[in-house]
Design a protein around this ligand. Structure first.
Ligand code: ADP
Length: 319
């Protein structure tokens, strides 16, 4: 995909607060019309990255471009093309959904009143709030508030929606509704959203980037991650703690990560590889080269993103 089709591109994007490396050398590519899940535990640096993209804070290193525009120099022009939902949107609780939408719509749009009203109606329908349009927000559930926030972000027909943890604080029903709205919006725009909930990205995203301690640890289309990262995963069970096998495997260039899970007298290793052929011929031989190691099970594995995520975040990944 060439760079014109990339809505977001960052190169070495970094942010250091006093003594804290909140974001370190982030390289992201977000393609047009994708739903891009930006996944990481709390404190990973997701909000920092989002604020940098929007030009709300300045990078201490690297750069970001949105639509080819520079996040620092062109932040005003960028914000006119981006709809943004902050992590904890605030509303005037006595105002209705429609009144709130008028507020957001008039910010950028100066067309005739009927056109604004039609746009608002259409957007409230898109997020499933048409029946609540004229009720005050104070009676809204968490999910309804988030959907209203998405409607506000979407009403100006942005080329990109940036949603910071849109579903994090919601109950299962609220989350499901918000994710369904995001799915519905995909034909209108590109969506970049952050989450610390794996299940969200498994349900709704085309591409995923995983951030931990300010560093990008994976970026790939979701199918690729679900199929085992940039390669394949193997599962190997050995007697004992498996430490020497883990060390031996990690020294191979085709091994990207080895996670260990002890279970009584045995340990299961999950091994991510980039080169399947090398793994097929060498993996078992390498482990068995240590005569003290007994292998009780070995298999190729398709695994889910949760396993990848936990593995990456808990360690066992090569830095
Ligand atoms: P996330 O959105 O993934 O939860 P954040 O981007 O909010 O992560 O935070 C990343 C790191 O940067 C954390 O260690 C956080 O404490 C730190 N941090 C965020 N904002 C500031 C700030 N204004 N001053 C100092 N440290 C900050």
């Amino acid at each position: 995909m060439n760079s014109e089709q990339m809505v977001i591109q960052t190169a070495g994007l970094s942010k250091q607060y006093k003594g804290v490396n909140a974001l370190q050398g982030l390289n992201l590519q977000v393609a047009q019309h994708s739903i891009f899940g930006f996944l990481g535990p709390n404190g990973a640096g997701k909000s920092t990255a989002i604020k940098l993209l929007l030009g709300l804070i300045q990078p201490t290193g690297g750069r970001a471009t949105l639509f080819g525009l520079d996040s620092v120099k062109d932040s005003v022009a960028i914000r006119q093309r981006v709809g943004y939902l902050a992590q904890d949107p605030r509303y005037y609780a006595h105002m209705t959904a429609r009144e709130t939408m008028r507020f957001a719509a008039r910010f950028f749009y100066s067309g005739p009143k009927e056109a604004i009203e039609a746009r608002i109606k259409e957007t409230l329908e898109l997020v499933g709030l048409q029946d609540k349009a004229d009720r005050p927000i104070k009676g809204f559930s968490g999910g309804e508030r988030q959907r209203l926030g998405i409607a506000q972000a979407q009403v100006n027909y942005p080329d990109l929606l940036i949603l910071d943890e849109p579903a994090a604080a919601l109950d299962p029903q609220g989350r499901r509704d918000v994710l369904a709205v995001m799915e519905r919006l995909r034909k209108h725009t590109t969506i970049f959203y952050s989450t610390h909930i794996l299940d969200d990205v498994q349900r709704v995203s085309d591409s995923v980037a995983i951030l931990n301690h300010g560093q990008l640890i994976a970026q790939a289309p979701i199918e690729q991650l679900l199929a085992g990262g940039s390669g394949v995963a193997y599962s190997l069970t050995v007697c004992g703690d498996g430490q020497s096998a883990q060390q031996a495997l990690l020294s191979e260039p085709w091994v990207t990560a080895v996670a260990r899970q002890a279970n009584h007298t045995e340990t299961t290793l999950q091994i991510n590889v980039t080169d399947e052929a090398a793994a097929e011929t060498q993996l078992l031989r390498l482990v068995l080269a240590d005569e003290a190691t007994a292998v009780t099970a070995f298999g190729r594995k398709k695994y889910n993103l949760e396993e990848i995520f936990l593995q990456m975040v808990d360690g066992g990944i090569k830095q």
